[in-house]
Design a protein around this ligand. Sequence first.
Ligand code: AMP
Ligand code: MG
Length: 511
Amino acid sequence: MMSGATTATADTAPEKTPDTARPIPFDNSYARLPDAFFSPVDPTPVEAPRLIAFNRPLAEELGLAADALERHGAAYFSGNVPLPGSLPLAMAYAGHQFGQFVPQLGDGRAILVGEVVDRNGKRRDIQLKGAGQTPYSRRGDGRAALGPVLREYIVSEAMHALGIPTTRALAAVASGQPVYRERVLPGAVFTRVAASHVRVGTFQFFAARGQTDNVRLLADYVIGRHYPELKGEENAYLALLEAVAERQASLIAKWLGVGFIHGVMNTDNMTISGETIDFGPCAFMDRYDPRTVYSSIDHGARYAFGNQPMIGQWNIARLAECLLALLDEDQEKAVEAANEAVGRFMDRFQEHWKAVIRAKIGLGADEEESDQALIRDLLVTLYEQKADYTLAFRYLADAAESGAANAALGRLLEDPAALAPWLAAWRERLSRGTTPPQARAAAMRKVNPAFIPRNHKVEEALTEAVDHGDFSLFFALNDVLARPYEDQPAFAAYAEPPKPGEEITATFCGT
Ligand code: AMP
Ligand code: MG
């Protein structure tokens, strides 16, 4: 493919190759759904777009013409120049926000420009966020500020590198025009890639209007797109409910494994695909405490770290309600089936969480009865000792390799000796396994990251970019977070928890 001749042709006549004429090979399926599903809307041009970041590996994975896109990135990813073949639209959706149902939300500042089928045959959405007003903007300006755009860039790519299903960052463009929030901020447009943007709230939009035909159409659409294996099932809609529950249970277990707090798990921010979406007030926990909340608007601690599984179940119950009419002609039977599916959510979560936490402490599949107590005792001690969640597990890998007391681990605790009895019990437990210590430690390092997007580091990078126009920390942070499971001694400072005074206690949506 990459023969000299092809390259030469492309070099001499770039504008004539099909790639550059149509740098994104769109194939738009959502736009073929009925009118009720979306509103066509064009992005509103911005004044002076400038490309800040472009994710070339992702562009290549998507089969896009990366060179052409990068060259014209400011124009394309701001929405100033329409991408050939795009069919821009804003998706309709509803949602429960902090438990309150809002019958109409929709893409108020996001525009789906189209879909591509990537190199692995997977269909992906490409969306501009902050590209101007849509029919769903209500009183919003349809814009995004630079800080939250860079934040979503950093965190979504970090999640991907951590191995957690997530939407991705394709590009960030500074708009060259201000947005007005509590203060005047530089504006930006973010290009997001998602398996799809269909949410629990998309189902709620139609269910709340009694549009059963549209609920069915949407269910068929997501089965075709995300769960094709369910097509032959006797009750495909019940199978869909179970499958979404399964992916969400697995996702939330993975979040808990790395200390991720989504912060705003409203039903409009929960995908049907099982990807993490909408990184508004999200944060990574430093000290281990299940009650941790960062979001400045989460007054009731509804979306605290340890509440996330329960909220996942609550959201799945909302999806189940939407599907009732499809589950069985006999509504009593439908309710029974839905209840059973929702009731299984916690078991599903527990299974996934068990696998996550066992791997984190180096336990294999060979379960022993006392393992549960061992896991609980560790978490209780980390909580009581106010230990840094990420480093505690990372250092356990070292402790698995050597029998010596681990000084670095001790320094994470208020009382450095507090973990000694647990370490003795743990080592004794490990000695009954057959894995050699070095292999066990290596396996543990593959699931216990050294690097997470530390809130104070993210904040530092954003402040430099927003207040001083300096993006070097933003790029440095992205580079470090691309290899979270490797020790990167040159970047040791990025692994450190915040020092006193550096702690970030609140995060903001930034909408
Ligand atoms: P979020 O909290 O980002 O999940 O957004 C909740 C709802 O508010 C969605 O319908 C968004 O599209 C909408 N929204 C958020 N910010 C803006 C904005 N600046 N302009 C218009 N709509 C917005
Ligand atoms: Mg949202």
